[in-house]
Write a protein that binds this ligand. Structure first.
Ligand SMILES: Cc1cc2nc3c(=O)[nH]c(=O)nc-3n(C[C@H](O)[C@H](O)[C@H](O)COP(=O)(O)OP(=O)(O)OC[C@H]3O[C@@H](n4cnc5c(N)ncnc54)[C@H](O)[C@@H]3O)c2cc1C
Length: 423
């Protein structure tokens, strides 16, 4: 093994790249190895349902690059199959073992597969990678039947909007009665549903696909409401699952993601942190329950925070308490969120909808505002993001530890850095 400490990052996505950038900014001069299953450098995924799908952005523009030279070894096209924390190695193809002193888990999520969809053959795809988005684009060329999109979360809704903007016919299918009904309040979800209808997206809501069959140049779908549908291609947009299969039996706590402490340190493991979509951690600014946040800005901020806390060591690490922000664009409408609406149990309109269509909903836990979602209302959402940022995180509000009575013999201060960084 190298004489310098080696930090291995599993996942060559945004969180992984941002973690590597931060390690170098902080002066880490050991080896950085970034292992990624995809064949490209990190991808600007938000464009895969938007500008890349519509052709406004090309391949070069959706591949992101580090802001400065990372002097890192990128092992792309390489899947990590296992983690052995006792021996501090990750397993690579061909029996190769890669040793690490510090490990950053940034393996993201995978698209959830729909039961039965495999039977419909190659005309069904998820939307997660450049290859997925390209396949959908190709399928649009010369498609005579509509494209079916199964799933009414933000990925399904964005895909439907982009497909319509290219003039193709699209059917959006989902079990909920309203689009993005899991996240949005009823008023906003209703408005979004009407917007899609106005743009002639055919909606099949409150129903599920019961049968899939490949039929020549089309896929035949039977829905639970009894309808039959022929589609030229199907986009399966049924959510995501954390990419953690390589962590089974490693001792990492897995519960809808890899469970971390507030500082991004992975519960149950030493010198291992996690960041991005895969990481479930308690954001003490809002509450103490570990949750995952699948947002672009979170992957950046958490990648950086995880790198900082890996270098500083568990003992002196600081809780990662961001204000999550998210956006989506559909038929020219910009949906933005700040804070953690999911934590709120009560939703209330904060701004009546104005003639320009701007509106804002507040999400409250007890009487405390914990999140906002706005339609075409950037200024208000960003303002609230700032308000959340200015508030003290929960952790900071903890009562100070009372001073011990009488003189205390000072103990030698333990070196807070992880062992691999001590000289
Ligand atoms: C189509 C689409 C549109 C989106 N639009 C928006 C948007 O409008 N706004 C927004 O805020 N967010 C959006 N997001 C979410 C945002 O893109 C993600 O939150 C962000 O990319 C997460 O980055 P990450 O680095 O955690 O994960 P990823 O970018 O997924 O990177 C993880 C990497 O790890 C690799 N990997 C997994 N397992 C292994 C393994 N065992 N070995 C090696 N490598 C492995 C994966 O192949 C992947 O390359 C969108 C996501 C998608 C898919």
């Amino acid at each position: 093994m190298s004489e310098l400490p080696r930090i291995v990052i599993v996942g060559a996505g945004l969180a992984g790249m941002c973690a590597a950038e931060r390690l170098r900014e902080l002066g880490f001069d050991g080896e950085i190895v970034i292992v990624g299953a995809e064949s490209t450098m990190p991808v600007y995924r938000p464009a895969l349902t938007k500008q890349f799908l519509t052709g406004e952005l090309g391949l070069k523009e959706v591949i992101t690059a580090p802001t400065h030279d990372l002097d890192a070894l990128w092992r792309l096209n390489t899947v990590v199959s296992q983690l052995d924390p006792q021996r501090r190695v990750v397993h690579l193809p061909g029996g190769e073992e890669l040793e690490y002193d510090g490990l950053i888990i940034a393996s993201g999520v995978e698209a959830r597969r729909l039961p039965g969809a495999m039977r419909a053959g190659s005309r069904v795809a998820v939307l997660r990678t450049i290859a997925d988005s390209k396949r959908l684009r190709q399928a649009l060329t010369g498609a005579r039947d509509p494209i079916a999109v199964v799933g009414t979360g933000f990925i399904g809704c964005e895909a439907a909007s982009s497909i319509r903007s290219l003039g193709h016919s699209v059917v959006l299918i989902g079990t909920s009665k309203l689009l993005m009904g899991n996240l949005l309040d009823a008023g906003h979800a209703q408005r979004l549903t009407e917007l899609h209808r106005r743009h002639r997206v055919q909606l099949q809501l409150g129903t599920r696909v019961e049968q899939w069959a490949a039929g020549g140049s089309k896929v035949q779908l039977r829905l639970s409401n009894g309808r039959q549908l022929d589609a030229a291609f199907v986009v399966a947009a049924a959510g995501s699952v954390p990419a953690v299969s390589w962590l089974r039996d490693s001792g990492a706590v897995l519960d809808n993601g890899v469970v971390c402490e507030a500082t991004c340190h992975v519960a149950g493991l030493e010198d291992v942190v996690a960041a991005g979509d895969v990481a479930s951690w308690p954001n003490l600014r809002f509450d103490t329950k570990p949750r995952r946040v699948e947002h672009w800005t979170n992957a950046i901020e958490m990648g950086r925070a995880a790198a900082e806390n890996l270098l500083s060591g568990r003992g002196s690490a600081t809780p990662f308490t961001p204000v999550p922000r998210f956006w989506s664009e559909q038929h020219g409408l910009r949906i933005q969120a700040a804070g953690m609406p999911a934590v709120g149990s009560k939703r209330e309109p904060m701004d009546p909808t104005t003639p320009g269509g701007h509106s804002l909903t507040g999400y409250y836990r007890d009487d405390t505002l914990v999140g906002v979602i706005g339609f075409d209302n950037s200024a208000a959402v960003l303002n609230y993001a700032k308000t959340f940022t200015d508030k003290a995180p929960l952790g900071a509000a903890a009562p100070p530890v009372p001073a011990a009575p009488g003189p205390v013999t000072p103990k030698p201060k333990p070196d807070p850095r992880p062992e691999f960084l001590r000289v």
